[in-house]
Design a protein around this ligand. Structure first.
Ligand SMILES: *Cc1c(COP(=O)(O)O)cnc(C)c1O
Length: 394
């Protein structure tokens, strides 16, 4: 693929993935059909929700989510700035405005529940959380804030298929304050997953929207497919001969080749997430001895999917030389993320946004390579390089 000794991310693709796609191509039914239906059912079962909708990508899932929950111009949605820009763009598609809330701390890069609450006003309609790097947000507190203020919650689960956390059951279903462990994407009103090529499971481009609500599911089913009341697949099976159009819907459907790949990738997901955990454990053990490099989420309590391994350098001015040093040693690093409110478009849109912790931390963040394909010698090479850089930098 590239000449990196240790690439930032790598995909688990084998003969089984290939065979699944070839079988679909041979069948000659390429657009949404039985394989996609099976993928959706398996994914819904895995996440623990009633409904899952396969879509073209996570950005489309996020767009559908905000449309289905009924926001538009004049409304605001609270979301993080330390995330991929699609989280905020999808809110803008509806005419609504994102309002960025700060991260919790240098150790917890997820949305601060306190800052979410501080940013709520009369225009707030919902919260879009992102489980950064695969580490679940404090969903217990965030859901309780949302319930108190009658806000909807969309989960951007692009990093976290398989992640889970403890949440108190809502007062309507339990009077005793009991709790359960729930998977990310089954906690808020809607979960949005990404199967882009660098995510924990991939279909090339692809995404999934999950919900437990029948009413939301009805809206999503139509919005995903031109606002039509029946699908080509249903008509093919003789379930209906005509259709009505009830909305200005979109064409956000996944195709059968991607769904076939997704089914195989889903089967391998738990083992690959486990392998990521093992890599991160070695990283953390080894890096504990390297001064001047902090590793966020060290004390995190939820079940993570270890999508990213971010480190924090002592000083932001060290970052360009550090990334160049790693590059020279064949190690690909990245930055997750340049804060969204610093991009030209969002600066012009909301010039007054200030997020002290996000700004402070984002300047010092570097993401190290992490994938289930990493071998011991890859990890050793990264660790040795970090130690070498520390000796030179001191
Ligand atoms: C990758 C990503 C997206 C967008 O996913 P696509 O499937 O590429 O549209 C959205 N949010 C986050 C946090 C992401 O990492």
């Amino acid at each position: 693929m590239t000449n990196w000794k240790v690439p930032l991310a790598d995909i688990d693709l084998d003969a089984e993935d290939l065979r699944a796609v070839v079988d679909v191509v041979r069948s000659k039914w390429l657009s949404m059909g039985p394989v996609t239906v099976e993928f959706e059912q398996c994914f819904a079962d895995y996440i623990g929700v009633k409904h899952a909708f396969a879509v073209v990508n996570c950005t489309a899932a996020l767009h559908l989510a905000h449309v289905a929950l009924g926001v538009g111009a004049g409304d605001t949605i609270i979301c993080p700035s330390l995330t991929f820009v699609a989280t905020a763009n999808a809110i803008r598609y509806t005419g609504a405005m994102p309002v960025f809330a700060d991260i919790t701390s240098a150790d917890d890069l997820n949305l601060s529940p306190d800052d979410i609450e501080a940013k709520i006003d009369a225009s707030t309609k919902g919260i879009c959380v992102v489980h950064y790097g695969g580490y679940p947000c404090d969903m217990d507190r965030i859901m309780s804030i949302a319930r108190r203020h009658h806000l909807y919650v969309v989960e951007d689960v692009a990093h976290a298929p398989g992640a889970a956390c403890w949440v108190t059951l809502p007062p309507s279903t339990s009077s005793t304050g009991d709790g359960v462990v729930k998977k990310c994407g089954s906690i808020g009103d809607i979960g949005c997953f990404s199967f882009f090529a660098n995510k924990n499971m991939t279909t090339g481009e692809g995404g999934m929207l999950t919900t437990d609500s029948d009413a939301i599911a009805d809206r999503i089913r139509r919005l995903r497919s031109h606002g039509m009341t029946s699908l080509t697949w249903d008509r093919e099976r003789g379930h209906s001969f005509s259709y009505d159009v009830t909305d200005t819907g979109y064409n956000y459907r996944m195709d059968e080749m991607r769904a076939a790949l997704g089914l195989v990738q889903l089967r391998k997901l738990a083992a690959n997430n486990q392998r990521r955990a093992e890599v991160v454990n070695i990283y953390r053990e080894q890096l504990a001895a390297v001064a001047g490099i902090a590793t966020p989420f060290g004390g995190h309590e939820g079940v993570s999917t270890y999508h990213l391994f971010p480190i924090l350098l002592q000083d932001d001015h060290l970052r360009p030389a550090f990334m160049q040093f790693m590059k020279d040693r064949g190690i690909q690093t990245s930055i997750h993320y340049p804060p969204i409110h610093h991009f030209s478009y969002y600066r012009a849109l909301m010039p007054d946004t200030q997020l002290a912790r996000t700004e402070q931390i984002a300047r010092r963040l570097v993401t190290l390579p992490l994938s289930p394909m990493m071998q011991k010698h890859h990890i050793d090479h990264v660790i040795e390089s970090l130690k070498l850089w520390r000796m030179k930098a001191l």
